[in-house]
Design a protein around this ligand. Sequence first.
Ligand SMILES: Cc1cc2nc3c(=O)[nH]c(=O)nc-3n(C[C@H](O)[C@H](O)[C@H](O)COP(=O)(O)OP(=O)(O)OC[C@H]3O[C@@H](n4cnc5c(N)ncnc54)[C@H](O)[C@@H]3O)c2cc1C
Length: 498
Amino acid sequence: MEYDAIVIGAGVGGLSSALKLSASGKKVLVIERQPVPGGCATSFTRRGFTFESAMHCVSGLGPEGEIRGFFEEFGIDKTIDFIELKDFCRIIYPEHDFVIDFDKENFLNFLKNKFPEECQNIDKLFLRLDKFHKQFDSFCASKLPLVLQLILSPFIYPEVIKLSSLTVTELFDKCLKDEKLKSIIADLWRFIGLPPSELSALYFLIILKAYWFEKNYYVKGGYSQLFNKISEKIKQNGSEIKYNTTVKTIIIEKKCARGVITDRGEKFFAKTVISNANAIETLAELIDDAVIREKYDKELAKLEKSVSVFQVYLGLTVPAKTLGMSNFMVSLNSSYDHEKSFSDSISAEGNNCFIEIVDHAQLDPSLAPEGKGTLLIMTFDSYKNWQGLTDEEYKQKKKMIADRLIKWAEKLLPGLSNHIELMEVATPKTMYRYTLSPEGAIYGFAHSVKQSGMFRLGQETCIKGLFLAGAWTRPGAGIQACFLSGIDAAELALKFLD
Ligand SMILES: Cc1cc2nc3c(=O)[nH]c(=O)nc-3n(C[C@H](O)[C@H](O)[C@H](O)COP(=O)(O)OP(=O)(O)OC[C@H]3O[C@@H](n4cnc5c(N)ncnc54)[C@H](O)[C@@H]3O)c2cc1C
């Protein structure tokens, strides 16, 4: 039989594509190599403790949020129990400690209080950000064709155009003087994985508003509940999902995508293929056309991949709150220097890196057995730090770094190590193993100026009927962005099918 569409991968981008297509009456086959949906954003359970494998927080889930709107459209929101977050994060620096509670005025007052000599500059910066966000929102809401929008952009969205060419450091240097102040406002660089001197101001500002100044929500039972519901809906719409199956080849006929071949040698045919597998795997490995593969291989090799991560998941004998975890998420910084923090974290030593500590069980106690707690500690890491190790060396290194991060977290949570009942550790190799993301990159291509906004790889490819969805493509990494990329890919596929 021939499907209307085959979707490779049931990560966020793949699921949103499949949902949109199946809800539009198309017959879809989703093929996923893991036994569950969600890609790197799935939750997992060990001995009664449920953890988020990656996700700390999801934007766009609020009543006005893009993802919530998307769920409403497909009737998924009513089956999900959303938990509203009281605050986003506590940010701790050597001389500053503040809770981001979604209230911009509170944040501005804190900054002005701590940096009185910068009051006017802070106002100037935030006025500029407001202008940017208004223009960006109207860019997104516009019904004009994209090409026309881009032509008109310098006239109707001048602030968006100006900021698209700046890094976060360049933007802040234009308005602010105090380096500590700049670092505090840039704290969210960790959610995009590049230090301010390299990070696209455009992507940073989009994320800043969504996380810090709009309500955020958790999903009761873990984010996997979302992905399970979406998968159920795809099946209810008459489409299929095949787990534990890896696509090895995308069949190409006359420069057109025609189907896939799996690791079991099964062939499935379709009028269009959407790949949620990473762009490098899709374009430089899976396509059954050596000339096109080679062309993409050369082009994609020029692009910079994002950072990877080291994560420690702890099952605790007590709720983390009793140890001093006052907020669900804490960013703990030993210095204001994000550049050094980034380079230290990806260096082999990883001594002075930042850590982020997340306590999802504080939002949903059912994630841990009664009277117990969970904790996630993460910092950035590089795949190359884990290459060439024997199994024993790998194990020892994992333990050494996990112990170091736990010790560090103990500065905030004294006695933490006495309350650990279970520990799991994920390295860049784990990230690769679960998603096949090259070098365990967690945010697709890095969000530099050159690789963000309209410069980022789009959903279309040079092969007719083959589209891309997920973090490696526009708009970028993060659940909200990946949902959108999946929808965009589905819309292109629907047009192609017409
Ligand atoms: C540690 C970490 C923390 C994060 N924190 C946050 C956060 O707090 N908030 C936020 O919004 N975002 C966060 N992100 C980012 C967010 O999780 C990702 O951007 C998003 O989940 C990526 O989705 P994706 O659509 O690109 O698919 P992926 O998650 O990359 O999934 C791709 C899927 O394709 C499958 N696949 C690959 N190749 C094949 C093949 N050949 N055949 C079949 N299947 C295949 C894989 O198994 C996988 O399931 C975090 C990411 C990480 C790793």
